[in-house]
Design a protein around this ligand. Structure first.
Ligand SMILES: CCC(=O)SCCNC(=O)CCNC(=O)[C@H](O)C(C)(C)COP(=O)(O)OP(=O)(O)OC[C@H]1O[C@@H](n2cnc3c(N)ncnc32)[C@H](O)[C@@H]1OP(=O)(O)O
Ligand SMILES: O=CC(=O)O
Ligand SMILES: [Mg+2]
Length: 353
């Protein structure tokens, strides 16, 4: 293990100095597209201003014989597109695949100055992050990249979940972690074939009641992802990095997608993946705090003065802890409003009511 004194030193001569704090840039939706798919690629310039993050996906969902086309397509798109203040990320192929090394070599050398974050799938432990960390430093130095490219891990194997804390803290490059429910279900041998969301069979049932216990018993569907998501959120918060819900595969079921995203938002996630244009608006709505909630948070902060003591507002006790909860909401709202004029206006209007 490296000495804590060396944690923030570049891992290669000439590589940029690692960041001490993960910059909080809005990332409510990480919009996936296949850079080798001409139709999707054509939509990039019009989608870019509507999303916080555009991600050129090279891994799963890109067929084996299209891997190189996707990589080349991403280089071309990155070089020719003005992304404004929208972030550009990529998801490389898994580290044990025949493509991962060339993904990193090509992308950092060709478009390292345009890439904000590299998403690494199927991360199992700190050793995977250490490998990427050193290689990125060498490539950044070689390509003359001036700011460190950050790393995002997908939590999608049972081993990864067992090691989530060490993954979160493995490198100053760690920007965040996403839950990958599809691969995780396979890795754990869960018996769901869905991509995220609930399952009608995963439930609790009301106790027997009525005459002789024969009355119909209500059932309540439970959340298959709660444990992992909560564990991931804690690991991320403990290491000052950002947690995300990943993919929701039932594109047509926009209601359940919104529910899944909202559960993640309420638990502490800052965003989710959008796989189809229809999911962009859902993520934007869910991961932006409600104007009324932001106005309430301002009211509490205003009433709490220096943030200590206890007061009653509208029948609800407020103290040092609720002051901090409200600061979380206001901090997020301010960061999003700085990028989103519509949201800024909605927050200002709600504050005036
Ligand atoms: C499960 C584990 C994971 O790893 S999830 C992450 C990997 N999967 C992905 O990245 C999937 C990305 N999305 C897709 O491939 C497509 O959206 C899928 C789900 C196949 C649906 O495509 P399709 O049948 O064409 O949908 P559609 O006819 O409703 O599309 C309408 C127009 O929109 C386009 N479109 C579709 N998805 C995207 C996207 N993600 N980004 C940009 N554009 C997209 C379609 O090409 C289509 O365009 P057009 O109107 O025909 O010109
Ligand atoms: O990559 C995402 C997943 O759910 O698997
Ligand atoms: Mg996966």
């Amino acid at each position: 293990m490296r000495s804590p004194k060396d944690f923030f030193r570049p891992l290669a001569v000439g590589a940029p100095t690692p960041v001490r704090e993960v910059p909080f840039r809005p990332s409510r939706m990480i919009h996936f597209f296949d850079p080798g798919n001409a139709k999707m690629a054509a939509k990039v310039p019009s989608i870019a201003p509507t999303v916080d993050v555009l991600l050129g996906n090279l891994e799963d969902a890109v067929a084996a014989d299209r891997k190189e086309a996707a990589r080349t397509g991403l280089v071309e798109i990155a070089k020719t597109t003005d992304f404004g203040d929208t972030q550009l990320w990529t998801r490389i192929n898994s580290l044990d695949s025949p493509w991962a090394l060339d993904d990193l070599l090509t992308l950092v050398t060709e478009i390292g100055d345009k890439l904000d974050v590299i998403m690494v799938p199927k991360v199992e432990g700190a050793e995977d992050i250490h490998y990427v960390d050193r290689l990125l430093a060498q490539l950044e130095a070689k390509a003359g990249v001036r700011r460190p490219i950050l790393v995002h891990a997908i939590l999608e194997t049972a081993t990864g979940v067992a090691n989530v804390e060490e993954i979160a803290g493995a490198s100053p490059r760690m920007q965040g972690i996403s839950l990958g429910p599809a691969d995780l279900a396979a890795s754990r041998r869960m018996k769901t074939t869905r991509v995220g969301g609930g399952h009608p069979g995963y439930l609790v049932r009301e106790d027997p009641h009525g005459p002789d216990g024969t009355a119909p018993r209500a059932t309540f569907q439970q959340d298959l992802w709660h444990y992992t998501l909560a564990r991931m959120v804690d690991a991320c918060a403990a290491h000052g990095i950002l947690p995300y819900y990943g993919p929701f595969g039932d594109i047509k079921d926009t209601t359940a997608c919104e529910d899944q995203f909202r559960n993640a938002f309420l638990l502490g996630c800052v965003g989710a993946w959008s796989l189809h244009p229809v999911q962009i608006g859902i993520a934007k709505k869910v991961f932006s705090p409600e104007p009324a909630e932001v106005a309430w948070a301002h009211k509490v902060i205003g009433a709490m003065g220096d943030g200590t003591g206890a007061v009653m507002i509208d029948g609800k006790m407020q103290d040092d802890a609720t002051y901090k909860q409200c600061q979380v909401v206001v901090g997020l709202a301010d960061a999003l409003a700085a990028r989103d004029p519509e949201l800024r206006a909605a927050y200002a209007a709600a504050n005036e009511e």
